[in-house]
Design a protein around this ligand. Structure first.
Ligand code: ZN
Ligand code: ZN
Ligand code: ZN
Ligand code: ZN
Length: 765
């Protein structure tokens, strides 16, 4: 998804193989500038035509009939009580799609109905604020239209919903001042005067081994915010969704990220404002739609399908240059041609960042800083992230080059060159200045743009930051909400990119919209490097897999976890805990070969690895089936099946195996849907034990499990236990997400509600 679709990759690979060896060598050794020049010569019109053909897989033009189909599917899910699914489908029915489809016979009067249903879904899901927003909008719309008889039933429904909303809101009154400690208090935040978006308790250092990196300049407590940065650029990832089958009405009912989040600010969509020109871009508000149009979408709109085909990295690269503006792009690209070490800095040499930095680093300055020696979250800083031009494989560079050149040619062909080049003056881009040009060769300006884009695509391999959100899983009946982090967008964060990787990081990153916050996950002492995990964490992956994954960033990790696990005879924690056990005596099975042996010498049972792996796969299949049963409402059968899976797993998996924990978690979920809170809590506690063992007692993972346990205990009126669980969850989650986060607020609402409980119960009886 980050890279172009497989067909285009295959095509460029064949083209590469067919090139003359001398040309291949020149391309392999080419600078970015030469690569673009050569790429323009190599890209033939038949390749361009093939690319256009591939774009038909990603239709982004408007299809009015889809809206009514989504609405019907939404109604169906709603009647089954699956509010989360219904909500997603209603989100696909865009406000304006309905209005614009009037000419196709789609009646506007259905719109309030869809919105009412949507509000009802939100109410059932406990998202009161969102429900209220919709009801308010609807009220004003009805008032505007005047009361017609057709609206009377709806008005009645509206007032019913408002009463329900009022009831729900009365319960969890935010109890201010009741809880001690730091919760809810604004954080102490002092910005660094040398690095924008960084805390004043950090400093920027530079050395040959670690490159640019951030170091604690004083002692730091766990949970303290270290970096707060707005993405320089972000592009929503389309998410998993198969291409629509052509011809029939097989619309994709699985809403993707593109349907659920604003394409500019990444806020969750309630009533979306779609782009006038394409069916792909959707926004949370007219303001976001207008700004996106002004800043970049006017150049992207007609190329939606091409951008989906070429992948998110190309899209981020294009949006980066659009946001930076051509003047800045060409200044930095020109500068890079002069080979001057300080080209980033036309006004003179970079001042040393920190007096305390070691001699060599201090005097040379740090790349990417502005003339005052300040590192900002700017295009200049972004431009100086390492593209690792020499380390990418020549084939990969070729693919990126052709993709970028093809994109620029399309921009030119579509008359969008002016929109790309003169971002600031909308009057100018209405009259294309390239009209007299007859050849289809790229203009010099677009070659500069292509060169910058190629740099950004290559940089992204090491510097792309995923923006993730906690997304609700499962049927979402509202009682117990299971959330999982989901990749939402790909972004450049120039300051966040200063952090080096460790498989055992000392920070935690969370996102709100397009803003990232890095917090200390543990106390840091002055002088300690601030480290962030790029993905492979020592609790989740064996060292060999981690090193393999990290090779794409062109470095070998030397973090303490890697050094220790690379010692001869040392096994990864992951493989010890997730091992097979002896079917006879339950001791751990050992061996690196095809045959595993029981570690208990007296037992000496052996078994084939393939056989055990096969059993593991079967088990995973069975668990999936059980979850399918739960999804269609057959909870009792799901329980039976999961219990059988547990029995089976006990005979060949280590009791600490992560899958053992997952089964407990699933059982808890099923019991929760049945309202059997005690049983649910019992299973969840076992799951928590295993999660703690794997990820540590203060990990995000443990925090999320405790959050679920708090919900279950809350629902089961286990007041004192619920309160102590809430407290533990709060302690952990506020370190990772901060005291203002949605999770913490939900926990505090639960706490407030529990303190009101005796009165509520009295009222009930
Ligand atoms: Zn928005
Ligand atoms: Zn558009
Ligand atoms: Zn490591
Ligand atoms: Zn044994």
């Amino acid at each position: 998804m980050a890279l172009p679709v497989a067909e285009w990759q295959g095509r460029t690979a064949r083209l590469w193989a067919a090139l003359q060896p001398a040309l291949r060598e020149r391309l392999a050794a080419a600078s970015l500038q030469d690569a673009v020049r050569l790429g323009c010569d190599v890209l033939r019109s038949e390749e361009e035509a093939a690319l256009v053909q591939l774009c038909h897989w990603a239709p982004t033009d408007k299809k009015p009939e889809a809206a009514s189909w989504y609405r019907e599917q939404g109604n169906r899910e709603f009647k089954r009580g699956r509010y989360q699914a219904a909500l997603r489908l209603y989100s696909k029915v865009c406000l304006e799609d309905i209005a614009r489809a009037e000419s196709h016979g789609y009646p506007d009067r259905l719109l309030p109905k869809v919105l009412l249903r949507k509000a009802e879904c939100l109410l059932c899901l406990g998202r009161l604020q969102d429900a209220q927003d919709i009801l308010r909008g609807l009220e004003s719309k009805i008032a505007l239209d005047g009361v017609m008889t057709t609206h009377l039933a709806r008005l009645q429904k509206l007032s019913q919903l408002k009463v329900k909303l009022g009831e729900k809101e009365r319960c969890p009154e935010p109890a201010q001042g009741e809880h001690g400690g730091t919760q809810g208090e604004p954080e102490i935040w002092e910005e660094n005067n040398r690095i924008s978006g960084a805390s004043s308790s950090l400093s920027l250092s530079f050395d040959a081994e670690r490159g640019r990196h951030l170091v604690a300049s004083q002692d730091i407590v766990a949970g303290q915010s270290l970096v707060k940065e707005e993405a320089f650029v972000s592009v929503l990832c389309p998410g998993e969704s198969l291409p629509l089958q052509d011809g029939d009405t097989a619309w994709d009912t699985r809403a993707t990220n593109a349907d659920l989040y604003c394409h500019r600010c990444l806020r969750q969509l309630l009533a979306s404002v779609p782009c006038q020109g394409c069916s792909y871009a959707k926004y949370c508000s007219q303001d976001c739609a207008d700004r996106a149009w002004q800043q970049y979408h006017r150049a992207e709109c007609s190329l939606g399908a091409l951008l989906l085909t070429l992948g998110v990295f190309c899209h981020v690269a294009l949006r980066t240059v659009l946001l930076a503006g051509f003047a800045e792009v060409s200044r930095l690209v020109e500068g890079s041609h002069h080979g001057d070490k300080n080209f980033q800095n036309p006004e003179g040499s970079c001042k040393p960042l920190s007096e305390a930095a070691d001699a060599g680093a201090g005097s040379r300055g740090v790349p990417g800083c502005d003339s005052s020696g300040r590192y900002r979250s700017s295009y200049q800083a972004l431009f100086h992230l390492l593209p690792h031009t020499e380390q990418h494989s020549p084939e990969h560079k070729f693919l990126c080059t052709l993709s970028v050149v093809a994109l620029c040619k399309q921009l030119q062909a579509a008359g969008l060159e002016a929109a790309v080049l003169s971002q600031e003056s909308p009057q100018q881009w209405s009259k294309p200045k390239t009209c007299e040009k007859t050849s289809d060769e790229l203009s010099p300006e677009l070659k500069t743009v292509a060169e910058a884009m190629l740099r950004h695509v290559l940089q992204l391999q090491c510097n792309a930051q995923a923006i993730t959100v906690m997304q609700e899983l499962g049927p979402g009946d509202g009682a117990v909400v299971d959330k999982k982090p989901v990749r939402l967008a790909t972004a450049f964060f120039p300051v966040l990119s200063l952090l080096n990787h460790s498989c055992c990081p000392n920070t935690s990153v969370s996102f709100s919209g397009t803003a990232a916050t890095v917090r200390a996950a543990q106390p840091l002492s002055s002088g300690q490097e601030v480290l962030h995990c790029y993905g492979p964490h020592w609790c989740r992956m064996r060292v060999a897999e981690r090193q393999q994954l990290l090779s794409q960033y062109f470095f070998k990790c030397h973090c303490p976890a890697c050094l220790q696990e690379l010692e001869p005879g040392v096994k990864s924690v992951v493989s010890i805990r997730n091992s097979f056990c002896c079917p006879k005596c339950q001791a751990q099975m050992q061996g690196e070969e095809d045959t595993l042996c029981c570690s208990n010498e007296a037992c000496a049972t052996s078994a084939s690895r393939d056989h055990l792996s096969g059993r593991l796969q079967d088990l995973q299949q069975q668990i999936k089936k059980a979850l399918d049963l739960l999804r269609v409402g057959k909870a009792d059968q799901a329980i039976k099946m999961l219990l059988k899976c547990q029995m089976d797993a006990g005979t060949f998996l280590s009791p600490e195996h992560l899958l053992m924990g997952e089964m407990e978690d699933h059982l808890a979920q099923v019991y929760a849907t049945l309202g059997k809170w005690q049983a649910a809590a019992r299973h969840l506690k076992k799951s928590i034990e295993i999660v703690e063992m794997h990820h540590g007692p203060s990990s995000v993972e443990t925090g999320h499990e405790l959050f679920k346990l708090a919900q279950i205990l809350f629902n089961g009126f286990a007041v004192s236990e619920a309160l102590s669980t809430i407290q533990r969850a709060e302690g952990i989650l506020s370190v990772h997400f901060g005291p203002q986060s949605a999770q913490i607020q939900e926990l505090q609402e639960m706490k407030a509600c529990l303190s009101e409980l005796p009165r509520n119960i009295l009222q009930r009886t």
